[in-house]
Design a protein. Structure first.
Length: 183
């Protein structure tokens, strides 16, 4: 077998691997991000649009941040008992946050409560990215599946939901390749 090493563009393979957070996007968007990666301009792009990290660092602060959204947009939905940062969520497996409904029988009645967990990596990121995750998980209280109704609710709460998700994924790509961006 004739195996010619020179034909393999290792740099390109690295860039392809770096796009694992962006697999679901159309080719034209991936191409643009390839170009940003190749020209080493991801940091400039991110910092220009999102100059600083939020200061919602504790679980208590995260809970009241989330409750503000819930009270404004989902007031009548099931109660939210807990919102925490969770270091066990693996962002590589595509979970950025988790929404859990805990049901149990109490006094002959079925009681449900909601919990939201946010991957710890979002403790240090722009507020817009945290907002996108919180809006996503809150929307699951009403809409269980990732369908039209679900995304309609997400974009109703945050009109720039899709832009923030894309930029969040670009941020994760940056973190993997270069490490910390916000200090
Ligand atoms: Zn979801």
């Amino acid at each position: 077998m004739n195996f010619n090493k020179k034909n393999i563009d290792y740099d390109k393979i690295q860039r392809m691997k770096a796009l694992k957070y962006l697999e679901h996007y159309p080719q034209n968007i991936k191409t643009q991000i390839h170009q940003l990666l190749a020209s080493e301009k991801l940091d400039k792009y991110l910092l220009k649009n999102y100059p600083k990290a939020h200061d919602i660092k504790s679980d208590k602060a995260l809970y009241s941040y989330t409750m503000d959204f819930k009270n404004s947009y989902l007031k009548k939905s099931l109660p939210l008992s807990k919102v925490i940062y969770d270091g066990k969520i693996n962002v590589i497996n595509d979970a950025l946050g988790l929404h859990t409904i805990i049901s149990r029988v109490q006094g002959g009645k079925l009681k449900s409560k909601n919990e939201i967990r946010v991957a710890t990596v979002f403790k240090n990121c722009p507020e817009e990215f945290l907002r996108m995750i919180v809006v996503h998980e809150l929307s699951h209280i009403k809409e269980k599946n990732h369908d039209k109704a679900f995304y309609k609710l997400c974009t109703y709460i945050e009109p720039k939901y899709h832009q923030y998700e894309l930029d969040l994924r670009i941020y994760l790509t940056y973190l993997d390749k270069y490490g910390k961006l916000y200090f």
